[in-house]
Design a protein around this ligand. Sequence first.
Ligand SMILES: [Ca+2]
Ligand SMILES: [Ca+2]
Ligand SMILES: [Ca+2]
Ligand SMILES: [Ca+2]
Length: 268
Amino acid sequence: MRYIWALGLISLFIGGCNIDSDGDGLSNRGEREFGTDPQIMDTDGDGLDDYEEWGLGTNGTEPDTDDDGYTDWEEIEGGTDPNDNDSVIYRGGWPFNHPLNKNELEDGAFVGPWQPGPGDRMPRFYLMDQYNEEVDLYDFAQHGVPIVYDLSLEWCGPCRSMARWLSGEDVSTYEEFNDVRDRLNIDYYWFTTLVQDIERTNADLEALQRWHEQFPAPVPVLNDSGRNISRWVQFNSYPIVGVMNEEMEIIILNDRREVLEYLQGELR
Ligand SMILES: [Ca+2]
Ligand SMILES: [Ca+2]
Ligand SMILES: [Ca+2]
Ligand SMILES: [Ca+2]
């Protein structure tokens, strides 16, 4: 009888050690050792619960363990290593959107033979950037901010002056929108698509890199050699500048002044 009582006490003791108050799979004792909060499933709020972080060897109290700009959760979803800052989703640091969200958006893309209008959603284009990486344009979606696109030609003067302005130089045409420029990558995203190079042929990687060197704005410079976006918007006068909402639906199809005024009105 005494033996059974002792056994009960021992199992109670072991059970006590294994209490998992928040139900994240890691015991309270394990959480104390790991440094996470035994009352919160996802202590650092990055989308991976404490047990998952323990298993992955990531820091459960730091959303971006390797400090490369992408959270641990984003890296797991994007297929990169959350413990290695050389392993990133995009070398350019472009945003990331969950694959499930992107797939859902794709279903509502507008692919008619006619010109799109406000409310129509841009299809999911994949374009190469200045780092020779393929960019999924839907990664810019669903971050709660509008997305500007510009289509430029390397030889086109107005395209170049806009790019100069975007990369921080004083350009009188756009001076009144300098407050907008200051909010780039905070209140809105922007991507540039280079359609032609200086020779008026399809922009290749060298042209993208040349453009980025001359105009080092923190935006992707993308290659549209397949004429995907340019065929989709259907304009022949450059730069083509439009803005979409976070669902990739057109707000303004092509008017750079209107786009900048729109952004100005949206500044927080
Ligand atoms: Ca916890
Ligand atoms: Ca976490
Ligand atoms: Ca990271
Ligand atoms: Ca990483």
